[in-house]
Ligand binder design. Structure first.
Ligand code: SF4
Length: 56
């Protein structure tokens, strides 16, 4: 189950810099590729706005 980024994202890039799988791409709101995500939660712990949560 991949993690997902909500519209609380402020595009700071913190999650992208910590993701061990390079699953996060840039944008107005960053996006996690569900096929690449390892479901490790590293990005969710690092996000300063709490925008990342496990997907359903
Ligand atoms: Fe990357 Fe882990 Fe976040 Fe998935 S849960 S996007 S593998 S840091």
């Amino acid at each position: 189950m991949a993690y997902v980024i909500s519209d609380s994202c402020v595009a700071c890039g913190t999650c992208q810099s910590v993701c061990p799988a390079d699953a996060i791409s840039e944008g107005d709101i960053y996006k996690i590729d569900p096929d690449t995500c390892l479901d490790c939660g590293t990005c969710a712990d690092a996000c300063p706005t709490g925008a990342i949560a496990p997907g359903e």
